[in-house]
Design a protein around this ligand. Structure first.
Ligand code: SF4
Length: 176
């Protein structure tokens, strides 16, 4: 069975910077949860950051790839550098995906860790720019496809594609 790494905050865990969850009530997500496919994960908490914590953004509105390559840092509004925690969380997310055999992730849009299409632009003015978070960039670099909570039907189509590609489980014929 294909497993799916999911942002813990989408599954009701109060792990966001403000100490709250961002629960998704999507029916497909509920079905996958009942099937035991979901692997809840919060990269920022697993990277060692507390709950609650000051919000952070990638400086210059650069994407997660720039953080992975050392070209940009992640900072709080007061300038505290939290890059290492974001990188540690991303590495742990990749380990969790590998351990579970997950080739798909559904991560919270807009987050500097989990965003997949957009992130905040580094100005702390509530403005977003196209780009990925740090965890998303690392997962995609290693072949895990990331979808946001707004793209669950696309994740479902990809899940079907992966399942079809894997084909039915074959067992060796018993020896006579
Ligand atoms: Fe949710 Fe990801 Fe932020 Fe954790 S890091 S609270 S999982 S969006």
């Amino acid at each position: 069975m294909e497993r799916i790494l999911v942002s813990a905050c989408l599954l009701g865990r109060p792990v966001r910077y403000d100490g709250r969850a961002k629960t998704s009530h999507d029916e497909l997500l509920a079905r996958w949860r009942a099937e035991g496919r979901l692997v809840p994960f919060c990269p920022e908490v697993e990277g060692g950051l507390p709950v609650p914590r000051p919000p952070a953004e990638i400086e210059g509105g650069a994407g997660g790839e720039a953080v992975l390559s050392g070209a940009a840092r992640v900072r709080t509004a007061t300038g505290e550098d939290v890059t290492e925690a974001f990188l540690a969380g991303a590495r742990r997310a990749l380990e969790a995906a590998r351990k579970a055999g997950a080739r798909i992730a559904i991560l919270k849009e807009g987050s500097p860790s989990c965003g997949s299409l957009r992130i905040y632009d580094g100005t702390f003015q509530g403005r977003t720019a196209p780009g990925q978070g740090v965890t998303t960039a690392l997962l995609e670099r290693h072949g895990v496809r990331v979808f946001s909570e707004d793209r669950i039907p696309e994740a479902a189509a990809y899940l079907e594609e992966l399942t079809a590609r894997s084909g039915p489980v074959t067992r060796p014929e018993p020896r006579t």
